[in-house]
Design a protein around this ligand. Sequence first.
Ligand code: CA
Ligand code: CA
Ligand code: CA
Length: 612
Amino acid sequence: MKEIDGRIRWRKEISGRMRLLAVVLRSVISIAFLGIQGVMAAQMGVPTPLSPAERQKAEAERTTTGPVANYPQLVDITKSTGIIFDHKSSPDAKFIAESMSGGVALIDYDGDGWPDIYFTNAQSVDMALRGVKSRSALFHNNHDGTFSDVTDKAGVGYPCWAMGAVVGDYNNDGRPDLLVTCLNGVVLYRNNGDGTFTDVTKASGLDADSGWATGAAFGEYDNDGRTDLFVSHYVDFHLDNLPKFGLGKGCKYLGLDVQCGPRGLKGLPDSLYHNNGDGTFTDVSKQAGVDDTERRYGLTSIWSHFNNDGKLDLFVTNDGEANYLYQDDNAGKFEDVALLAGVAANEDGVEQANMGIAVGDYLHSGRMSLAISHFDVEYTALYTNEGGMNFTDNSIASGIARGTQGYVGWGDAFVDFANNGWQDFFQVNGHVYPQVDTTHTATHYLEPKLLFLNQHDGKFLNISRRVGPALQIPQVSRGLAVGDLFNDGRMEAVVENLVGEPMILRPEGGPMNHWVTFQLEGVLSLNARVRVIAGDLVQLGEVTSGGSYLSQNDLRLHFGLGSHESVDQAEVLWPDGKKETLRHLAADRFYVVREGEGIVVSKLPEHTANLP
Ligand SMILES: [Ca+2]
Ligand SMILES: [Ca+2]
Ligand SMILES: [Ca+2]
């Protein structure tokens, strides 16, 4: 074992050194490149050109038509849900604060077993200066394919100039609470269990958070049984000291005057809040080593078991700068191992835009891999988890790169729309600058959505144009949350757009594959994992808070089972280290698993009347 450890350490050192060398080399090349391409690349990372062969493949995928065998169509059902919501935006987006909002959270706030939906809303600078508020909204799932606006009763309509929302049960009473990130701090809503929430920001001490908060994530990192909270912060932005539109180096794009930032603006440090167990939190960012002394432009964060050592790790994307991967060193202190792990920058050492995060075991390796959405000249990064906190950049090899270059990606998810047991990759897009539409380039403000079919061998196929017309409707998308909205065993996608209405996508048609869904009720449930074995399919799922972009997925774990009519074995790994093994479970059911008690509820799917 010692020798193996030694070998791993040696390999890590070598690969670490090579990565460092690559980073240095690329930095030199990048600086030279920036000199030539200064105007074009002023905003984000430097494009890594795709080979002609890759570009040919991209074109072939783009021009292939006709439905995909054994795959559903994704249908826009927004209208039939009765959801009316309008995300406010400024048509010119002259300030960076006007381009970043739009998170969506799936939260079963009333505990009836049906996911409800919370959309955050933003102001424009003009609205804020005039004191005009914008209304975030909570929609109750009516169990019949429709939703009702319950915002006013719930009391969650006006938290702030809202960015995103995440879900966690901070007071461990079994009711999911809601944390909203804002242009000026965070708002914590305690779920009262009667359809209402109480704003406990001040009482919890979280009112000390006053910076531009973006991707938050609940997670219990120090094994005291209380759910803690990480909040990433973005840019130091103040309404009384607005950056001047188009003026300065960080305010140009393709020669156009655009909003300034993030480059050129001051970044903000990140925050880790330790849950004291009495309804209050203490800022422990510094002693935990996650305070981001470099003030990178933090966007999204997520806690996950990346190296399967039982201790939670934390991943944070930084816009245009190196990401953080914080590994728990066992004493509530973290070490940033992103560079060594190979996830700080792309395989050439280039730091990228780093927007949204998808986490999933797309390869059935028993390890959580990462996909990170990026800016237009870049492409989505796919970091395959090789174990031992080592990741391989498979962006190009997987086929994800060639299909995502040219788009500004935000919310992303590994999701099994076909229930075949293999997670596909879904990403929503939309440019930052409305001004791009004045140029005669292929770049537009409104962009389509992208779907990549998992080929089971580490590769993905771009099928965005082959699953119906809905994905092609161009929008300025930001947030994305996935979950089984209608409790029928199929995964929907809820997209929040920066401009105007959201879009809800539902898979229709396709194969009658089997599936299973677990709702986990542990001493704590966040970051609980389930390993599901059904014949030759061995899948791993993890309950996570945050991720995607400013959004929250369904907290239940859903697994497609293909043709398997039962699960041979489901192993539940609770956050406190306890294990539970369930055997011979019938497929096509919702199981509620309670820690120490096994299955306490087994439910058949529902049939909803009003779905198209
Ligand atoms: Ca509900
Ligand atoms: Ca609660
Ligand atoms: Ca804790």
